[in-house]
Design a binder for this molecule. Structure first.
Ligand code: ZN
Length: 131
């Protein structure tokens, strides 16, 4: 199972909770785990609160996580070394518990796709494993 997320900025933090919840519901799994994965080397995932100010703060953090003022080796072929490095630090998969057919997450925990080299269409793969 997978879905596509269109992004519109070079660096963007996008809430994909609703789409992931829909995939878990479709799976009919009541107890198990859900793996959320982005098959990209210049995107990432994280969990945090979807509050508009915090989303701006998270976007700032993502932009600052790797200092830009250095000449990266990978830029000689692709000019997006910064995007790869930020993705490597943030990670490209999440594993969450599914209990009673619902993802166990805190009230303020939403699932975010992090675009690091947009705009692009990003694939999000979702595997729900359980009974
Ligand atoms: Zn590259």
């Amino acid at each position: 199972m997978s879905f596509t997320v269109p992004t519109s900025l070079r660096v963007e933090v996008k809430d994909i909770t609703r789409e992931v919840v829909a995939e878990v519901e479709k799976s009919k799994v009541k107890n198990g785990i859900v793996l959320v994965y982005v098959p990209h080397s210049t995107a990432a995932l994280f969990i945090n609160e979807n509050e508009s100010g915090l989303v701006k703060d998270l976007t700032w953090m993502v932009k600052e996580i790797i200092p830009k003022g250095r000449s990266f080796e990978h830029n000689r072929i692709d000019n997006n070394a910064w995007s790869h490095l930020a993705s490597a630090l943030l990670g490209c998969s999440l594993t969450l518990p599914v209990t009673g057919g619902r993802i166990e997450r805190g009230t303020w925990q939403n699932i975010f796709l992090v675009e690091l080299d947009g705009p692009r269409n990003r694939k999000v793969a979702v595997k729900v494993i359980g009974t």
